[in-house]
Design a protein around this ligand. Structure first.
Ligand SMILES: [Zn+2]
Length: 106
């Protein structure tokens, strides 16, 4: 058995898509209570190519890089707001329709 772990996967960029089963909520409705969504490893995300759950070690990396990008975007848009003027813009743009309006929790 060869250890062919890190390097091969590392370069690979995995594209994630919102899990169609749980709609990114990470849980699905059970009869009495919510259950961890098995379609996506309870992450809310699946491989965009195959629609399958990613193995955890890949999932962590993919989520990490997505979060990193999201944080960067957030910081960029903050900077743009700072450059382009008053705090009023911040109030307006605050969370407009991130991920749709289909929230059915509680
Ligand atoms: Zn799911």
């Amino acid at each position: 058995m060869k250890k062919q772990h890190g390097p091969a996967f590392k370069a690979q960029q995995i594209e994630l898509a919102q899990c169609p089963t749980c709609k990114g909520r990470t849980v699905v409705r059970g009869v009495f209570h919510d259950l961890a969504c098995v379609q996506c490893n309870a992450s809310g995300w699946v491989d965009a190519q195959t629609g399958d759950a990613l193995p955890l070690e890949l999932l962590v990396t993919a989520l990490g890089s997505m979060l990193h990008q999201a944080m960067r975007n957030l910081e960029l848009s903050r900077r743009i707001e700072l450059l382009s003027g008053p705090a009023a813009i911040y109030q307006q743009n605050n969370r407009r329709g991130a991920g749709g309006s289909n929230y059915t929790g509680d």
